[in-house]
Design a protein around this ligand. Sequence first.
Ligand code: NAD
Length: 497
Amino acid sequence: MTDKTWHQRAAELPLDGRAFIGGERRAALDGQSFDKHSPVDGRRLAAIARGQAADIDAAVASARRAFEDRRWAGKPPAARKKVLLRFADLILAARDELALFETLDMGKPIQYSLAVDVPATARCIAWYAEAVDKVYDEIAPTAANALALIQREAMGVIGVIVPWNYPMIMAAWKLGPALAAGNSVVLKPSEKSPLSALRLAELALQAGLPEGVFNVVPGYGHEAGEALALHMEVDAIGFTGSTRTGRRMLDYAGRSNLKRVYNELGGKSAFLVFPDFDDLARAAKTVAGAMFFNQGESCNAPSRVLVHESIAEQFVELVAAQAPRYQPGDPLDAQTVMGAIVDATQLNTVMGYIESGKAEGARAVTGGRQARADSGGFYVEPTVFDGVAPQMKIAREEIFGPVMSVLRFKDEADALAQANASPYGLAASVWSSNLDRAHRVARALRAGTVHVNQYDEDDLTVPFGGYKQSGNGRDKSLHAFDKYTELKTTWIRINGA
Ligand code: NAD
């Protein structure tokens, strides 16, 4: 596929921003919409339905009806599996279209939308489909005159609210277990990336998911998002987004029906490099790859790099040498490795952090500037700050852009103290060739995922989520079923036993 072809295909792509409720496309009830522009070049993409409380009411009512009449929850697990496997196949068949939605909406390079986002979404739906008829319930070890069954039941209506950095994957991590378990879903995608979610709902219907089981209402967080999280007929919220909005989710639940809230929130993940590690070049290549992938807009990006003072200078040079590979380019060019920042607001946030790093005395050894401004889109150079002190803003706060902060440590205790001195605890990484040290440090790191001598392993088989203010729920793996099912105990008396 040539560069020109992706541009042409983007120009020809049909874009429909209407909501998807009860199995059909609908404009917002009050007729309002907002214009969605692309961060690739600023072009206007489509009018997106601006969902409000009334639209959320309609979607939740449709989801509730579908749940209560058991049109989906009442199907045997093997039947749900069949539909969801077909859904996964349809996602793969729509690969080019879905990949273009992701790239146009939020600016990631088309090669990764194609190679990562679309297949990972399909794989996730298929994985939970495959799992659902292989998970058994329990019988408790009680006395002989009773039988206690412990069964999982679908919870009801699940509200899903997701961010824009991996629009489809974040949705799939919740849709997979929620739908496989028999729930109905109302999804509120980010206002910055609504297109792929709307198309996913159409594909699910085509795959045989009954009407009303999967609804999508686009709109703003403080309108559609708030209405969904406050709704009395929503049983749980699967939320991924910022820690600030995660706090609101808990508040909404407290103010409404005490719905379950599963928060997957921000991060400031630490990457610890010890002087005994025998391949610094590999560590440098890995940290650059993980930091600059997706324009640095990854919740688990290793944005706090802690290096032993004896090797810090050498390590910073090795990391800076990786920067040319990540210069931003046209996201619709199949060779581009780093694309556009999602919008002007996020661009200003990232540039604000870069300015604050400079003002507080850190040194940008590479990058630090906006790029490709003449494209009409929003681009930032891959940026590495050396000489970062723990109290600086760029060491403490999530930037969510291609900006890495390098700090130094004296010894293992200092490294651990700095790594754990964060309100976040999503991921961490330790690099050491000393087996004892690697295990010791991995155990002491307060993070949901710890990597040892690598950063890129990931799989649906393992849970993903954070300690501390990085959240409470866990996406992925069989553990995700816990979020979208209730545990019911049924006691049965056995006479004569
Ligand atoms: P955000 O919190 O601004 O928005 C996330 C979603 O919440 C969007 O759909 C938005 O419309 C909605 N929302 C915003 N305000 C709301 C409100 N008042 N009421 C209800 N809904 C509201 O986050 P973002 O900028 O879209 O995403 C970036 C954040 O997501 C980063 O902090 C990142 O670390 C985090 N993230 C976490 C994970 C994880 O798995 N832990 C994964 C990806 C992204």
